[in-house]
Write a protein that binds this ligand. Structure first.
Ligand SMILES: [Zn+2]
Ligand SMILES: [Zn+2]
Length: 383
């Protein structure tokens, strides 16, 4: 911005470079000044998060979805939709964490540290974490958050074992209520399948409430052929991971608004329509995967024609199948015919989350190795 340019409240004088002339400053004075600026910036960031929270609250009191206020923000300000959503979520989380919120508002912890804290902090740890985090760097906060969120294989298995769908009648027996509890990754797949169909069924300006559109979408899915396009397994999910996390042995990967284990993320990467957002260690987006199916439909058809049934020893399922990468993409495996095998949904779960290993290729013969080391060979055949 040039000198003498009138610019609303910022007078031309404020932008005079002479204002920022630090030539005569000592190193000590500069460092302390920068520290002070950091706190000021954190206070301003906190104020912005609080204001976004207030906007969200006002909107939801008037019955609007929070997406509406996020749209408004991205239209009227420079904040992207994704960031607006992140800050809305953050503001809500901080509502339950008064001491972290206070430290943030005093500039004692930065936006980035607060962003990491809300990923795992709980009200009973609010005070302790607010104190500790004052000394944390952004990198340290990110690594603490990663460790805190790490999902052990046992926990992943537990959340899979606790899956359930129940239904029961209302008192007047005119409605059935459904209650489904699913591991985050599976739930995201189902939710995304419902949302996609609901979007297709109705015009954007339709007066039908969103929840009712979703009910229609679910009914349509129930009446569709299981093998038809748009089966639940083909729904789209967004995985957010840090570079290296996908090939790590343990950890937690963001899937939609929840978390899943690395094993689950690897299973999703094998065969689903998904967008992988890779972040570098600073949390910046390093790469954006395309929102497309990991195995192109043409190739999937060839694999299905070749394998016919699930390749797991003794399994002859032909429906609800997925395609497994023998060598995973994260380990350098390619999406080519010889690296792919048809696996039913249940066995795909078992391989990734149950500790099985696969070696070889279909034309040369596949070896399935159980967690306790037993080897099952699936015979070689013409490709
Ligand atoms: Zn797989
Ligand atoms: Zn099977």
């Amino acid at each position: 911005m040039g000198k003498g340019e009138p610019h609303g409240l910022r007078t031309a004088h404020c932008w005079d470079v002479a204002m920022f002339n630090f030539d005569s400053w000592s190193t000590k004075a500069l460092v302390s000044h920068i520290g002070g600026l950091d706190r000021k910036i954190a206070r301003l960031e906190a104020e912005r998060v609080a204001a976004i929270g207030a906007l969200d609250k006002a909107r939801s009191n008037s019955g609007q979805e929070s997406a509406v206020s996020q749209d408004l923000l991205s239209r009227e300000t420079g904040i992207s939709r994704r960031r607006a959503k992140e800050m809305t979520d953050m503001s809500r989380a901080l509502g339950e964490l008064p001491q972290i919120a206070e430290a943030f508002s005093f500039g004692e912890i930065s936006l980035e540290v607060a962003r990491q804290l809300v990923k795992f902090a709980t009200p009973d740890r609010d005070g302790d974490l607010a104190n500790q985090a004052k000394d944390w760097s952004e990198d340290h906060a990110a690594s603490v958050a990663r460790k805190e969120r790490a999902i052990s294989a046992r926990e992943a298995r537990k959340s899979h074992e606790e899956r359930s769908v129940k239904w029961f009648y209302d008192e007047d027996r005119r409605h059935i209520n459904f209650r489904a509890v699913l591991p985050a990754a599976d739930g995201e797949l189902l939710a995304s399948a419902i949302a996609r169909r609901a979007k297709k069924l109705y015009d954007k300006n339709s007066p039908t409430p969103y929840a009712a559109r979703c009910a229609d979408a679910l009914m349509e899915m129930a009446s569709a052929e299981p093998e038809s396009k748009g089966a639940i397994g083909r729904a789209a999910v967004i995985l957010v991971a840090e570079v290296g996390e996908i090939s790590a042995a343990a950890g937690a990967i963001e899937v939609g608004d929840g978390f899943c284990s690395v094993d689950v993320a690897r299973r999703l990467m094998c065969d689903s329509t998904m967008q992988l957002v890779l972040r570098d260690s600073e949390g910046q987006i390093a790469a954006l995967g395309v929102n497309s199916r990991s195995v192109p439909e043409k190739l999937a058809r060839v694999v299905r024609a070749r394998d016919k049934t699930c390749q797991f020893p003794g399994c002859d399922k032909t429906r609800f199948t997925e395609i497994h990468h023998v060598i995973h993409v994260a380990d350098g495996g390619k999406t080519v015919l010889r690296n792919l095998a048809l696996i039913c949904f249940a066995h795909h779960h078992l391989i990734h989350e149950g500790g099985w290993r696969l070696e070889g290729s279909i034309p040369g013969g596949l070896r399935f190795i159980s967690p306790d080391g037993r080897v099952y060979e699936v015979g070689a055949r013409a490709a």
